[in-house]
Design a protein around this ligand. Structure first.
Ligand code: BT5
Length: 323
């Protein structure tokens, strides 16, 4: 951690309290003058810091900016979110994360941006990612699991996002197989999992998450206005994106560690509990066929089970499911 991160961490550990220059200089291992210089830098970054003689420094307002220092301060995870690349504007965080992973970025690395000019969904579909309104990020993981199990990581991510949304905003959400989070009948978040593997070994996964956090209705283009929503539209309150990302990282690490040690069962249960899909009549489009049926649940591997009119059970591994 650099000195700015240490100072931010100290502020996060003592919300609303003054911390003396002496204490900060000891925590940071630098002089009081150096502390003062770093506080000035934080002010330039948009932090409002009160300085009172004899009392010290107190953080009044942190900007809603996704910086590595903010995300890592007070995070307390072992690896998820412990390496962060924060950008202002990128085409897409996905290729940047692939590049970082190929160069050996550790598991848990996050690549995020305030804006994506070419954000993408599955099958080359576009992902609308305007500046400052959302959480557009890609997470690198390196699970030692067989390739056929990697789609389970999408379901794990969806379960984790749904839990984080409930904890941070109280907004009720449902998970639509395989990768959408819905509020009512509108999409608030999408997950895009991309795999890099060699023969039968997973090198890494890049899990892309696009979450409409603070978008207002006018942020959506016409084609999305009826089908997309944001947490702010749903709750009426602004989401503190840094807090949300930190809580997501903690929840993800917990769920992921449990998954690696004990398998998919807990994710399956959580997924089914919050499913938008189960019980619904769906039309399934795979590469080779199209059919309709009722979504009845997941099997033990996370494959969607759909029963058609004739009572035949279909296993849906990878498909577009429409409702
Ligand atoms: C997804 O694809 O839902 C996965 C989206 C993943 C986006 C993240 S952002 C960070 C990372 N970097 C990237 O470039 N991508 C990932 P899919 O299921 O194919 O859904 C795409 C469809 O969702 C589009 O065709 C639109 O109909 C709709 N859509 C596009 N932008 C949206 C938005 N902001 N909110 C809600 N729906 C949207």
């Amino acid at each position: 951690m650099n000195i700015k991160q240490v100072i931010l961490q100290a502020f996060r550990d003592h919300p609303g309290e003054f911390i003396s220059g002496e204490d900060l200089s000891q925590t940071c291992g630098c002089s009081r003058t150096a502390v003062w210089k770093h506080i000035e830098e934080l002010r330039k970054d948009g932090y409002e810091v009160e300085a009172v003689r004899k009392s010290g420094y107190r953080l009044i307002v942190a900007p809603d900016r996704l910086s590595a220092a903010e995300i890592m301060a007070g995070l307390h995870t072992a690896r998820i979110g412990q390496n962060v690349f924060a950008h202002d504007e990128v085409v897409s965080t996905q290729p940047l994360a692939h590049e970082a992973a190929a160069k050996g970025a550790p598991e848990g690395t996050l690549v995020l941006a305030e804006q994506q000019t070419g954000g993408r969904g599955r099958l080359g579909r576009p992902w609308h990612s305007p500046k400052g309104t959302g959480i557009w990020m890609s997470l690198i993981v390196r699970p030692a699991i067989p390739i056929p199990k990697t789609p389970q990581m999408t379901l794990l991510t969806a379960v984790t996002i749904a839990r984080t949304i409930r904890e941070e905003t109280g907004v009720p959400v449902k998970i639509k197989w395989p990768n959408d989070i819905f509020c009512g009948d509108k999409k608030v978040c999408g997950v895009l999992t991309e795999l890099n593997a060699e023969s039968d070994r997973v090198n890494y996964l890049v899990i892309g998450i696009g979450l409409n956090a603070n978008s207002v209705q006018s942020d959506f283009p016409e084609e999305l206005s009826e089908i997309a929503t944001s947490l702010r539209i749903e709750s009426g309150d602004e989401v503190k994106r840094v807090d949300f990302i930190q809580q997501f990282c903690r929840n993800f690490e917990e769920e992921y560690d449990h998954f690696l040690q004990h398998g998919f069962q807990r994710v399956k249960q959580e997924w089914e509990k919050h499913s938008y899909s189960i019980g619904r009549w769906v039309s399934v489009q795979t590469i080779s066929q199209m059919f309709e049926g009722r979504a009845v649940g997941l099997d033990d591997e996370g494959v969607l089970m759909v029963e058609d009119r004739a009572g035949i059970m279909h296993k849906v591994y990878s498909a577009d499911v429409n409702y």
